[in-house]
Design a protein around this ligand. Structure first.
Ligand code: MN
Length: 305
């Protein structure tokens, strides 16, 4: 008899909290439903998974190749981005909230492709627990992980991808996990501390080149923190040093979640000129305070329109 093991995994570059929590919670749900399953990844964890969420006993396991491994992908649907462990078996299910690969997977695995454009994969996984009537069996630690994944991927419900489904999922998870009212502040404050602990790496992890959009600075970083006001002043020289090393035409979008606004950082003349032309923000000592929260991808859409 062949032993089928289901392995829940995500992308290869790094794991954020949406992928991490989604994989762990999906594997737990499969086990409750009587299947052999575990969550595994060979990717590094990023700073969206602070220490308090790396709880002993509720985490990823090391992948061990079995005789018949089936893979379930969470938070990723582009095959090029899959964790390399997926090569050891067959993909039986894809749960993702990034558009682009819906048709491909629909043709390949039919209704086992669950690709929807909502705020977080953790919302999709939560809804599976809800639909299967398993919420009363959800450990508070799992609820806490899923809630953090939704907060992170929706930027505390500020991002344009946020849907009512994400809000509903969070509201229920808050009860299941006995989360305090200021859980968002606690979570993002802890993430901000881990960014500061490993600052250069955190900046380098999210730098994109905007070759397709000449109206934008060529090299464009993005960093998300809870409260960016003091952070921007404190870190702007270090940020300039890191970005200037890549290209003299640069900027960084510093998202301040508690204020619901962005600060644009640049000491580059072309970077400042381009951003002023695009959104009318004036730079003062290398910092422009935007009147709203911008995602870099929204600035890209604006520059291309
Ligand atoms: Mn995600």
């Amino acid at each position: 008899m062949i032993n089928i093991m289901k392995i829940v995994t995500a992308g290869s570059a790094y794991m954020d909290i949406d992928a991490y929590a989604g994989c762990i919670a999906e594997a737990e749900l499969l086990r409750l439903n009587g299947e052999d399953a575990y969550a595994a990844s060979s990717a590094p964890l990023n700073e969206s998974i602070p220490r308090s969420l790396r709880v002993l006993g509720i985490s990823l396991k090391e992948y061990q190749q079995g005789e018949s491994d089936e893979f379930i992908l969470v938070d990723v649907s582009k095959e090029d981005f899959f964790d390399p462990i997926v090569k050891n078996g067959t993909v039986v299910e894809v749960i993702d909230h990034h558009p682009g690969q819906e048709k491909y997977w629909q043709e390949k695995i039919g209704d086992k492709a669950d690709i929807e454009f909502i705020g977080a994969s953790c919302t999709q996984i939560f809804e599976r627990w809800q639909a299967g009537n398993r919420l009363q069996e959800m450990k508070p630690e799992i609820a806490r992980l899923l809630a953090a994944g939704i907060l992170d991927n929706t930027l505390n419900f500020n991002a344009d991808v946020t849907t009512q489904r994400d809000r509903n999922a969070y509201a229920t998870l808050k009860q299941v996990g006995h989360l305090p009212d200021d859980f968002a502040a606690q979570y993002f404050t802890e993430c901000q501390a881990s960014i500061e602990d490993n600052f250069e790496q955190a900046v380098s992890n999210d730098i994109k080149t905007m070759e397709e959009a000449p109206k934008l600075p060529h090299t464009f970083g993005q960093l998300t923190v809870w409260d960016a006001r003091a952070f921007a002043l404190d870190k702007k020289d270090l940020i300039a040093q890191i970005l200037n090393n890549r290209n003299s035409d640069w900027a960084l979008n510093l998202i301040s979640i508690s204020e619901g606004r962005s600060y644009l950082l640049s000491d580059s003349e072309s970077g400042q000129t381009k951003l002023k032309a695009l959104i009318g923000s004036d730079f003062n000592e290398g910092i422009a305070e935007a009147d709203r929260l911008w995602l870099r991808k929204e600035l890209l859409n604006l520059a291309l329109s």
